[in-house]
Design a binder for this molecule. Structure first.
Ligand code: GUN
Ligand code: ZN
Length: 437
C-alpha cells in the first residue's frame, strides 16, 4: 500500500540537545522556511521547503504556516483527568483541598458516560493548548481510564495514564483494596498498555492513601510489567510529610516509603519534590527517577518553590507539568512562565531555550521516548504545535522589539497561552475539537 503523504511548512524549531544555557545555538535547529514531509503519521523527511517540496507527490496537501513557529507538540508530565471542574477551587492547602474539592468531584467518574464526556473536553483542552502527550491520573474507577484511553485512541494521541490506587484515607466510594487495585490495574494494562500509542502508568495516588499492602501490589505490577510507568506524588506539603512519617514509622523518609516497595526507577515520575532532604535527593538520583516540577499548582495550593538548582545539582532528572486541577492552566507556556518566576524568587533563572527544551525534548527524554516525540527527526511521530504571537495584541506589540530568537521565545512563554496556538497536529493531521465548553 502506498503511504499517505502530507506536508507541514513553516518556521521549524526543534531541539537536538539540552541547552547548556542562554545563547546555546548548538542545541537547536531552526529552519526559517522549513518543511516536514509526513508519511502515515510519521516524519519522513525534514529540511528546507525549497529542497523537499519538489519531491512531494503531485497533489500532496501542504499546510503552509508562513512565519509562524512550528515546534514538536508539548508534553505534560503530570495532570489529573478528573479535575477539569476542580481547577480554580478557592482557599485550601493540599490535604483540605483534596478532601473538600477533589475527592468530592472524583466520585462522579465511575459513570462511564460522564467519564467519556469529560475525556472529550479534557483532550480538546490539551490539544487547544498544543499538548500532544500527557501523563494522566484517572480516578480510582477503571471506567475513567477506559474512557480516557478510548478517546485518546480515537484521536491518535500518545497518552500515558493510570487508574489511581487508593485504599485508605479517602471516602469509601473512592477506595479500592490492595487486591482490587492490583486486579483493576492489571486488567487495564492488559487492555491498553502498548495498544497503538497508549501506555500505562501504575498510579498509587500518594503514600497517605495507600496501605503498605497496596504499595506492595503497585511494586508487584511494576516488576511484572517493567515497561509500564509509575506515577505518584512526593513531598509536596509539610503536613503531608508529617502524616507519611506517622503512617510509615519504619521508613527513613518519604522517598524511602516508595523505595522500599520497589517504586523508584527510571520510569518513575514523581510530582512536586519540594521538601526533600539531601539523602532523599541522592536516593532519587541513584534510582534515575524523574522529579516533575508543577509550578502553577505549587503556587496555587501554597505548597512551596521547586528548587531546580538543588534538585538538578544532586543529579536528579527533572521534568515539567501543569498538575491541573491543583495547577491553574493547561498551557505549558503559562507553566514555564510560572516556573521562571518560582526560580527568580530563589535567585535562579530559566533561559527561554531551557524552557522550550523542557516542554518538548526534555519531557520526551524523561519518558524514554526521545526518538518518538518531542523531536523533528525522521521516524518520529508528526505531533506538532504552531505558535502565532500575533494572536495576542500585547504579545504582538512586544514582539516588534524582539532582539532575536531567544527574546522572542521568552516573550512568547511569558505572555502566551492557548491563544497563540493556531494549530495542533497529531500524526500529521490537525486535531478536530469535539466540544465547545
Ligand atoms: N497529592 C495527592 N493527590 C493529589 C492531587 O490530586 N493533586 C495534588 N496537587 N497533590 C496530590
Ligand atoms: Zn497531582
Amino acid at each position: 500500500m502506498t503511504a499517505v503523504v502530507r506536508a507541514i511548512r513553516g518556521r521549524l524549531f526543534s531541539f537536538t540537545a539540552e541547552p547548556a544555557g542562554a545563547g546555546d545555538a548548538a542545541s537547536y535547529t531552526l529552519i526559517p522556511d522549513g518543511m516536514l514531509r509526513v508519511e502515515d503519521g510519521r516524519i519522513a523527511a525534514v529540511g528546507p521547503a525549497a529542497v523537499l517540496e519538489p519531491h512531494l507527490p503531485p497533489g500532496t496537501p501542504v499546510e503552509d504556516h508562513g512565519e509562524r513557529l512550528v515546534m514538536p507538540g508539548f508534553i505534560d508530565l503530570h495532570i489529573h483527568f478528573p479535575q477539569t471542574q476542580v481547577i480554580a477551587s478557592y482557599g485550601a492547602q493540599l490535604l483540605d483541598w483534596l478532601t473538600t474539592y477533589t475527592f468530592a468531584e472524583e466520585q462522579k467518574y465511575g459513570d462511564p458516560a460522564f467519564a467519556a464526556r469529560q475525556a472529550r473536553f479534557f483532550l480538546d483542552e490539551l490539544l487547544r493548548n498544543g499538548t500532544t502527550t500527557a501523563v494522566v491520573y484517572g480516578s480510582v474507577h477503571p471506567e475513567s481510564v477506559e474512557a480516557f484511553f478510548a478517546e485518546s485512541e480515537r484521536r491518535g494521541t500518545a497518552m500515558i495514564a493510570g487508574k489511581v490506587m487508593m485504599d485508605r484515607h479517602a471516602p469509601a466510594p473512592l477506595c479500592d483494596t490492595a487486591q482490587r487495585g492490583y486486579d483493576d490495574s492489571k486488567a487495564l494494562i492488559g487492555r491498553w498498555h502498548g495498544r497503538g500509542r497508549q501506555r500505562y502508568a501504575v498510579t498509587p495516588r500518594f503514600a497517605i492513601t495507600s496501605t503498605p499492602e497496596q504499595l506492595d501490589a503497585a511494586g508487584a505490577l511494576l516488576s511484572e510489567h517493567p515497561d509500564c510507568y509509575l506515577q505518584t506524588h512526593l513531598s509536596e506539603n509539610h503536613e503531608e510529610i508529617r502524616q507519611v512519617a506517622r503512617l510509615f514509622p519504619a521508613a527513613r523518609d518519604y522517598t524511602d516509603v516508595y523505595g522500599r516497595f520497589g517504586l523508584l526507577g527510571p520510569r518513575s515520575l514523581l510530582g512536586h519534590c519540594l521538601h526533600l532532604s539531601d539523602g532523599e535527593l541522592a536516593r532519587l538520583a541513584a534510582s534515575g527517577a524523574v522529579a516533575v516540577a508543577c509550578p502553577t499548582s505549587n503556587l496555587f495550593i501554597g505548597s512551596g518553590l521547586f528548587d531546580a538548582a538543588r534538585v538538578r545539582g544532586a543529579g536528579v532528572r527533572t521534568g515539567l507539568a501543569t498538575d491541573v486541577g491543583g495547577g491553574t492552566s493547561y498551557s505549558m507556556l503559562r507553566t514555564a512562565a510560572e516556573l521562571y518566576k518560582v526560580l527568580q524568587l530563589q535567585g535562579q533563572n530559566l533561559p527561554a531555550l531551557a524552557a522550550f527544551y523542557t516542554m518538548t525534548r526534555g519531557n520526551a527524554l524523561a519518558l524514554g521516548m526521545g526518538d518518538a516525540i518531542g523531536t523533528f527527526v525522521p521516524g518520529a511521530w508528526a505531533d506538532a504545535v504552531v505558535l502565532d504571537p500575533s494572536a495576542i495584541p500585547a504579545l504582538a506589540h512586544r514582539m516588534k522589539t524582539a532582539r532575536g530568537l531567544e527574546d522572542e521565545l521568552f516573550a512568547l512563554m511569558t505572555l502566551g497561552d492557548e491563544r497563540v496556538v493556531t494549530a495542533t497536529y497529531v500524526q500529521g493531521c490537525r486535531d478536530i475539537a469535539t466540544t465547545t465548553a
